[in-house]
Design a protein around this ligand. Structure first.
Ligand SMILES: CC(C)(COP(=O)(O)OP(=O)(O)OC[C@H]1O[C@@H](n2cnc3c(N)ncnc32)[C@H](O)[C@@H]1OP(=O)(O)O)[C@@H](O)C(=O)NCCC(=O)NCCS
Length: 166
């Protein structure tokens, strides 16, 4: 494991590495179930560029309990990061791990020159992590979506255009 960084809650975050792939897949199946691949976010991930260096795994006492992945995209002409999937094991939720993963992912995205992060998710959860739909009315995803679930962070002006490959 590289880039380990323990937090006050006993959670250690590490950047994603290929050896973690099977465990991550099992976690994502556990968190999202069979509908996992039907989401519009999956259509985005099919065309986007995966950034393992901006994706993080959460461990507690050596056990993988959470993951957040990030991808590079363009929204129209604007380069951006697409966040997700985000998942935490059911028995490890409500300890702040999801929030920690999102905060680290956004920090890493900004440090890599990508302050704008886009996702499709529940506004009541992601609003407390700095996301809103204020700048996303003009964002067009490659499939049907409830536009209220299209959220961004770090955008200083409206995001306009199709989400596409970089
Ligand atoms: C969403 C998820 C990652 C949160 O992980 P977590 O480690 O529990 O997150 P945190 O501890 O930072 O936050 C927990 C808080 O968020 C709330 N919360 C979780 N999901 C929520 C949602 N969809 N809408 C509103 N609030 C939500 C919890 O009730 C809890 O509230 P509390 O602090 O008042 O008790 C986790 O519930 C999960 O894996 N869910 C299934 C997969 C999923 O829906 N992923 C996000 C889709 S993009």
């Amino acid at each position: 494991m590289s880039q380990a960084s323990p937090s006050p809650s006993g959670v250690t975050l590490v950047a994603e590495t290929p050896d973690l792939d099977l465990k991550i897949e099992a976690l994502l199946d556990h968190a999202f179930g069979p509908g996992r691949f039907t989401k519009v976010s999956e259509r985005v991930r099919e065309i986007a560029s995966f950034r393992p260096d901006l994706s993080y795994c959460a461990f507690v006492e050596g056990r993988l309990v959470g993951v957040v992945r990030q991808y590079e995209i363009r929204i129209g002409d604007q380069p951006a990061i697409f966040l997700g999937p985000l998942a935490v094991m059911a028995d490890a939720r409500k300890f702040g791990t999801g929030g920690l993963l999102v905060a680290r992912a956004c920090e890493a995205a900004a440090a890599s020159g990508h302050p704008v992060v886009l996702l499709v998710g529940d506004e009541p959860y992601f609003s407390r992590l700095g996301f809103s739909s204020a700048q996303t009315r003009g964002v067009v995803l490659p499939g049907p979506v409830d536009q209220r679930r299209v959220l961004s962070r770090g955008a200083q002006s409206p995001l306009i255009g199709l989400v596409q490959a970089i």
